[in-house]
Every structure is written in C-alpha cells, then in structure tokens.
Write a new protein. Sequence first.
Length: 119
Amino acid sequence: MNDFKIGSAEARFADLIWAREPVTSGEMARLGAAQFNWKKTTSFTVLKRLCDRGIFRNEGGVVTSLISREDFYARHSQQYVEEAFGGSLPAFLTAFGTRKKLSDREIDELERIIEKMRG
C-alpha cells in the first residue's frame, strides 16, 4: 500500500486537481497562488510529492490522477484505522463515539451502510 498520509494543504491541492483534471501543471501553479498564496515553486513541490506518492502523474506538463478521489480517501481511511486501531473499525467507532454523540440520522446512515455491506 502506498503512503496515503498527506497534510491538509496537500489534500486541498489534490482536490483542486481531481476537480479539474486533466489540468496543466502551470494551471495548478496559478491555482496554488490564487487559492493558497503559494509561490510557483511551492505548488510544483506539492505536486511532485503527490506524484511521488502515486496519487497523480505529471507527463508532458499535464496532470492526471492515478487513483480517484474516492479511492484515495478510502485507502487513506483504511491506512489510518490499521495504524491507529490495529485495523479494528469497531475500535475506531468506539473511540469516535466517546467524543461526539451520533445523531439519529447518522446512526440510520451507518445502519444502511452496514446492511449494504452484508448484502
């Protein structure tokens, strides 16, 4: 499994790429300046890190994804649960539930998800 740990700024930059791909690296540098007040070199550094992690590819100055946004966040979540909770989703939910009371709507949605996974 690739290292899908990225910081919040990298995640926001990645979201910009997913929303616009295929997109030129030059356009991403302009977006980095506009959205985050980054220098051009900062945008290219962040883009290179995301490419090195196997999330995106930059060929001929055109950036495309190697994995979808949904797949990335699914893998990122799985990696976190594995590392922090020994792979136990119930342990994660228990820890989460001790700090935040789930609404009836959230509980209903979780129940629907579990039933879908069973079927």
